[in-house]
Design a protein around this ligand. Structure first.
Ligand code: HMG
Length: 392
């Protein structure tokens, strides 16, 4: 049975910070961000936009009324949970109006959990072929003002509809995972921003890539020449470029190497304008590749490298389905260019604002008119979401 990604949706916030402005304000050479990290802009989410609203917005783009009657599992992969108990997927299930006899839960392992969610979805559909699973990877990456990771922050969600006979990508049963108990990046329950051993984390990312790739090739008898493109987890694109160079097979022809590099360049276009969206970042790279590459064709095999600090890494692959391009959009970059630009001062205010709860644990929010879904209030510690009515 062919199982894979039938649809992919993406949502980010409506605000953007240009990194040239951040560099100027922080007194650093803008080339450090544009060339050293390969970053241009980052999405900034206000209080009314969180992993629930972003996840619901991404899913809304891809689901039909019929899908909502068939989906029987909703998984949200995230490391920016809004509740220690209730899963974001339960809120999203309700907002989207998915039929009630579904399983909804959250999965966590830093940026990696979306990959585990996809594999669980695949196993579920193997057992129940008529089912469809909604997998959402939704995160808001906040490192803090003047933190080394500040220019790599971001906000966004990817939604993927997983089914049999998918119209975009068919999974190959070839996942190879690796776990390492390390402290490269972590966020204790009492902290709103992560603790990061930055340089160590980059070394671990690259070493996990190299060793998992070696094991993947050994187990499956595959070489880089078998792939049209490799997508990487994108904490910032420069690190992934180092990853590509690390696994580049010098015995490939110049033409083959050029094609892999060209597809890599297409895979980072969205992340360069959105930032790190943790669990969704690998799949944002995949979407960017599929919507912008000019040399991909049906049957092409794409490798995906997932990395979550802590750490878990995984490599798996999927093949493009005939007609995949009809399921995608071509104006995503234009949409990103329509976000409202923030000054550094307004970014600091908006991104790090905390809800000011009254003595009853309540607060009412405003300023969400241009969102699709919004957190409109906290009422006695209960988060209240709506679908924003648009004037007709
Ligand atoms: P930094 O201060 O930007 O480090 O922090 P840097 O001084 O090494 O500079 C970065 C690059 O800019 C270097 O290039 C410099 O040479 C270059 P490289 O040597 O790497 O090729 N540079 C310049 N280039 C041109 N013109 C200039 C110039 N100046 C310098 N004038 C760091 C980098 C990664 C430490 C920081 O961004 C950070 O802490 N980020 C957060 C952690 C992170 O992203 N780690 C990645 C691996 S872990 C991961 O992927 C998991 C994660 O997504 C979380 C999860 O799983 O949940 C993060």
């Amino acid at each position: 049975m062919k199982i894979g990604i039938d649809q992919i949706g993406f949502a980010t916030s409506n605000y953007v910070l240009k990194l040239d402005h951040l560099a100027e304000e922080r007194g650093i050479d803008p080339n450090k961000l544009s060339k050293g990290l390969l970053m241009k802009e980052i999405s900034i989410a206000p209080l009314t936009e969180d992993i629930v609203t972003l996840g619901a917005t991404a899913a809304e783009q891809i689901l039909t009324v019929e899908d909502k009657q068939v989906i029987d599992m909703v998984i949200v992969a995230t490391e920016s949970s809004i509740d220690q108990s209730k899963a974001a997927s339960v809120f999203i299930h309700g907002l989207l109006g998915i039929q009630p006899f579904a399983r909804s839960f959250e999965m966590k392992e830093a940026c990696y959990a979306g990959t585990a969610a996809l594999d669980y979805a695949k196993l579920h559909i193997k057992q129940y072929p008529e089912s469809k699973v909604l997998v959402i990877a939704s995160d808001i990456a906040k490192y803090g003002i003047e933190a080394p990771g500040e220019p790599t922050q971001g906000a966004g969600a990817i939604a993927m509809l997983i089914s049999q006979n998918p119209r975009i990508l068919e999974f190959n049963d070839d996942n190879v995972a690796q776990t390492r108990d390390i402290m490269d990046f972590w966020r204790p329950n009492y902290s709103t921003t992560p603790y990061v051993n930055g340089v160590y984390s980059t070394q671990q990312y690259l070493d996990c890539l190299e060793t998992t790739w070696k094991e993947y090739q050994k187990r499956h008898g595959l070489a880089l020449a078998d792939f049209a493109a490799v997508c990487f987890h994108l904490p910032y694109p420069k690190l992934a470029l180092k990853g590509l160079n690390k696994i580049m097979d010098q015995s490939l022809s110049q033409e083959e190497q050029r094609k892999l590099q060209e597809n890599f360049d297409k895979s980072i276009l969205y992340s360069q304008k959105v930032g790190n969206i943790y669990t969704g970042s690998l799949f944002l790279g995949l979407l960017s590749l599929l919507e912008n590459s000019e040399n991909l064709k049906a049957g092409d095999k794409i490798a995906l490298f997932s990395y979550g600090s802590g750490a878990v890494a995984e490599i798996f692959s999927a093949n493009l389905v005939e007609g995949y391009e009809k399921q995608l959009t071509t104006h995503r970059l234009e949409q990103l260019n329509q976000r409202q630009e923030l000054t550094v001062a307004t970014y600091e205010e908006l991104f790090f604002a905390e809800a000011q709860l009254d003595e009853n644990g309540s607060a009412v929010f405003s300023g969400y008119d241009d969102q699709v879904y919004a957190l409109v209030q906290i009422d006695q510690h209960q988060r209240k979401y709506i679908k924003v009515e648009k004037p007709s």
